[in-house]
Design a protein around this ligand. Structure first.
Ligand SMILES: [Zn+2]
Length: 213
């Protein structure tokens, strides 16, 4: 028996249950509408991706000094800490790739680069509240101890056209996608120039580096 069957009855008890169900649906719809309203309608990078949502929800005292990057930031923006604090070799490879992509009419934007521990902690807290558990959250957001963004060794590239360009050419620059569920996330893998990129992990929980908490 499903919860909908009482709606078809004409007994008083059935009606009351139906009214309760209907009321609950109204509440759920209102909550969903409120949540939906907070989400960006679209974005310069992969629309609706969890990191995207988290990035746009970033509020409060954490600013550029913690690694927040303004819209339109490029890998050449030295004055932005989220770019300047990236590993120098990673940044060099990204700039070579970005220059060649520009020749193909594709512009790289930095959706996220280096992040402070405080920024990472906030992203993780937000992800736990969004996904309901630490276990689910860590499929998408690393801890401050494990995040390659905190160590300056990872960048999230947007928009999706730029990530697509890079996915075709990345190995030649020693850049590799690491996670199947994060096509925008790149790290430096110099050996890829000669040997190609290693197989991607399905998501960060498959990455041995993420096993520490
Ligand atoms: Zn990333």
């Amino acid at each position: 028996m499903t919860s909908w069957e009482p709606a078809r009855t004409t007994t008083g008890r059935g009606r009351i249950r139906w009214i309760r169900v209907a009321g609950l649906l109204v509440v759920i719809a209102a909550v969903a509408a409120a949540l939906g309203h907070q989400l960006p309608a679209s974005s310069s990078s992969t629309a609706g991706s969890p990191t995207d949502v988290l990035r746009h929800e970033h509020r409060g005292p954490l600013g550029e000094a913690d690694g927040a990057v303004p819209d339109g930031t490029t890998v050449f923006d030295d004055e932005i800490p989220g770019v300047a604090k990236l590993n120098a070799d990673l940044l060099g490879a990204l700039r070579r790739a970005a220059a060649d992509a520009a020749g193909d009419g594709v512009q790289f934007h930095v959706d996220s680069g280096w992040r402070s521990r405080a920024y990472q902690e906030r992203l993780l807290r937000e992800a736990i509240s969004k996904y309901g558990s630490e276990e689910q959250a860590t499929r998408w957001v690393a801890t401050p101890n494990t995040s390659a963004h905190v160590s300056g060794d990872a960048i999230d590239i947007g928009p999706s056209g730029a990530a697509a360009w890079l996915s075709e050419h990345c190995a030649g620059y020693g850049l590799c996608q690491i996670y199947g569920n994060e096509p925008w996330h790149y790290e430096l893998r110099p050996e890829a120039i000669d040997h190609g990129c290693p197989a991607v992990y399905a998501d960060p929980t498959q990455d041995p580096r993420m096993q520490q908490w």
